[in-house]
Design a binder for this molecule. Structure first.
Ligand SMILES: *[C@@H]1O[C@H](CO)[C@@H](O)[C@H](O)[C@H]1NC(C)=O
Ligand SMILES: *[C@@H]1O[C@H](CO)[C@@H](O)[C@H](O)[C@H]1NC(C)=O
Ligand SMILES: *[C@@H]1O[C@H](CO)[C@@H](O)[C@H](O)[C@H]1NC(C)=O
Length: 219
């Protein structure tokens, strides 16, 4: 009498003998995945290599069938990172980067007098696009300055349409009979506002001088 276990076992051996040798777990290929991934495959079983998101293949086969020899064919698939559009030049600014490939991040800065309109860094995405969109360096501008009471603008020349550019200056003067407190010159700052406005005050001191003038003895 033959035990059922033995029958099972011998049929397994027969199967292996007829079917040939199994293939091992396929080699890891950088930036790729294998479907289905198992520890061994029967001859005739098919696997598919595909590049991971963000990577693309330049030629090479993708599908392999486990041969009777149990040895996977040589895989020539090469998965390389996607390359985002060139972004090495930022007008009126600078870009810091190593490469423009997925999954790298590049960063931006602007020259003095300009501000970053947009994000200060961008990442090359799986789709090969910059995210967020690339910024621009826009000139820092100051709106026309407000005018202190009892003052007039003596020197003012908007250099950007109706606005002024970073480091532009404007000069105030006080109306007659008024004295200036603070700096008569204001400057457009990197924040897009002007430095502190001066104040013009009535010459109350004149009245003071008049009343007290009699007390002042000439030298
Ligand atoms: C300057 O301001 C005036 C009045 O607000 C406006 O009509 C004109 O279009 C502005 N010019 C520029 C270049 O923005
Ligand atoms: C007034 O402001 C100008 C420009 O902002 C600066 O160069 C100058 O030193 C200031 N003067 C004084 C007395 O603070
Ligand atoms: C200009 O703007 C900056 C930043 O918002 C602020 O800290 C500063 O006080 C402002 N300067 C003046 C003179 O208002």
């Amino acid at each position: 009498m033959i035990s059922p276990v033995l029958i099972l076992f011998s049929s397994f051996l027969c199967h292996v003998a007829i079917a040939g040798r199994t293939c091992p777990k396929p080699d890891d290929l950088p930036f790729s995945t294998v479907v289905p991934l198992k520890t061994f495959y029967e001859p005739g079983e098919e696997i598919t290599y595909s590049c991971k998101p963000g990577y693309v293949s330049r030629g090479g086969m993708r599908k392999f069938i486990c041969p009777l020899t149990g040895l996977w064919p040589i895989n020539t698939l090469k998965c390389t990172p996607r390359v985002c559009p060139f972004a090495g030049i930022l007008e009126n600014g600078a870009v810091r980067y190593t490469t423009f490939e997925y999954p790298n991040t590049i960063s931006f800065s602007c020259n003095t007098g300009f501000y970053l309109n947009g994000a200060d860094s961008a990442k090359c995405t799986e789709e090969g696009k910059w995210s967020p969109e690339l910024p621009v360096c826009a000139p820092i501008i100051c709106p026309p300055p407000s005018i202190p009471t009892f003052a007039t603008l003596r020197v003012y020349k908007p250099s950007a349409g109706n606005n002024s550019l970073y480091r532009d200056t404007a000069v105030f003067e006080c109306l007659p009979q008024h004295a200036m407190f603070g700096n008569d010159t204001i400057t457009c700052t990197t924040h897009g506002n002007w430095t502190k406005l001066p104040e013009c005050r009535e010459h109350s001191s004149l009245a003071f001088w008049k009343t007290d003038a009699s007390d002042v003895k000439p030298c």
